[in-house]
Design a protein around this ligand. Structure first.
Ligand SMILES: NC(=O)c1ccc[n+]([C@@H]2O[C@H](COP(=O)([O-])OP(=O)(O)OC[C@H]3O[C@@H](n4cnc5c(N)ncnc54)[C@H](OP(=O)(O)O)[C@@H]3O)[C@@H](O)[C@H]2O)c1
Length: 346
């Protein structure tokens, strides 16, 4: 493997350590190399905190090594004053010799200006290193900036014979405890979780992270429920506690404790809901069902990724699981279930 690609893969590994804590910022990792050896590395750890380049340069004990080094960073260094000073200036000030990056930052405040600043200062900049892998790691950030909506992850569990729930709406115990733990890990990684009215009513989910630890920089995801006619009782689990909760409906705008009721028009309900979430800086959302809700996202081609557990159980009859067309990117046998992940290429 090309040495630069090897360092970039390390930058990607570091970048992903920020999952769940940097949104709505991008995931960024950075490696500093001198004479073929990594002398420093870092990543963007928390929203508003130091950027990856700062973290990596700060990790170098012997600052005399920095001059003439190579900086390998997964996303273009910023050129503007945001919550922190521009990373391009830091790289220039440290007299770094060469910069390698994977993706240009699509944020209009940067969008090539970081590269331009570095080149104007005489630094050689190589772009597009493992570009496809880089965009996949930052797929949430890219969706937020380019599609102007959250990155949408559909998730469900189905039986071997293709059912999401029994006729009586019981969907318990399709997936095993191992798969359910993974779902809690995913909840810790995304900004929000959404369910439809019937799921909120029949399953009474809590929609929080309980079966996975969250660190001190993380918060519980925002809970989102669709309840057009405000039929759901407010003693349901998802309305309880301090976790921020949004209830999209057709009747009222109101804030009541942790619950924000947001009134939408019936036309373009789904798109308006995504616009509202985007305006609240929600970068990613997991759609946790039920069938009608998942199907509405599929029908409108408003999804990016689908994670489907298939158990070995059979219900014979029940609520059919959604049908999806996408590219299968992974399929793994877990404990008792098989997890298939699709991405939407259309
Ligand atoms: N196996 C699994 O992974 C899994 C996961 C979750 C749920 N489930 C099961 O699925 C069943 C419920 O599924 P379901 O299909 O009956 O109901 P559902 O999807 O939970 O809720 C459907 C209702 O939510 C509202 N809604 C949702 N998305 C909407 C959108 N984009 N635009 C407008 N309205 C929207 C509509 O309400 P109105 O009709 O009022 O317009 C719709 O009828 C339950 O039995 C539950 O246990 C299984």
């Amino acid at each position: 493997m090309d040495a630069v690609e090897k360092y970039m893969r390390r930058a990607f590994e570091l970048a992903q350590l920020g999952l769940g804590t940097v949104s709505p910022n991008p995931l960024v990792g950075c490696v500093v190399v001198k004479n073929g050896k990594i002398i420093g590395e870092g990543y963007h750890q928390q929203f508003g905190g130091p950027h990856a380049e700062v973290d990596a340069l700060n990790s170098i004990k012997d600052s005399s090594l920095v001059k003439g080094s190579q900086v390998i960073v997964s996303l273009e260094p910023c050129s503007h004053h945001g919550k922190t000073p521009p990373c391009a200036d830091l790289i220039i000030g440290n007299e770094v010799g060469e910069v390698y990056l994977s993706n240009i930052d699509p944020n209009p405040l940067v969008a090539g200006k970081g590269v331009e600043k570095l080149r104007n200062a005489g630094i050689t900049v190589n772009t597009g290193i493992l570009e496809k892998e880089g965009s996949f790691i930052n797929r949430r950030f890219f969706a937020q900036i380019i599609k102007k909506r959250p990155y949408i992850i559909l998730k469900w569990a189905q039986t071997q014979d293709g059912f999401l729930a029994r006729i009586n709406n019981d969907s318990k115990w399709i997936s095993d405890s191992y798969s359910r733990k993974i779902v809690h890990k995913w909840r810790a990684e995304e900004d929000a979780i959404l369910v439809g009215t019937n799921t909120a009513f029949h399953d009474n989910p809590t929609l929080n992270v309980r079966d996975w630890s969250i660190n001190k920089n993380q918060s519980q995801p925002v809970r989102v429920v669709v309840d057009k006619h405000l039929q759901l009782k407010n003693d349901l689990n998802l309305f309880q506690g301090a976790q921020p909760t949004i209830c999209f409906n057709l009747k009222k705008n109101e804030i009541s404790g942790n619950v924000e009721y947001v009134k939408l028009n019936d036309q373009d309900f789904l798109q308006s809901m995504l616009n509202e979430l985007h305006s609240r800086n929600i970068q990613s959302i997991i759609i946790e069902g039920g069938a009608k809700t998942l199907e509405s996202f599929i029908k409108n081609n408003l999804w990016d990724e689908a994670r489907i557990f298939e158990s070995q159980k059979r219900f014979v009859e029940g609520i059919a699981s959604p049908k999806i067309e996408g590219s299968l990117i992974s399929q793994n046998k877990l404990k008792d279930d098989t997890l298939s992940v699709f991405i939407n290429n259309s």
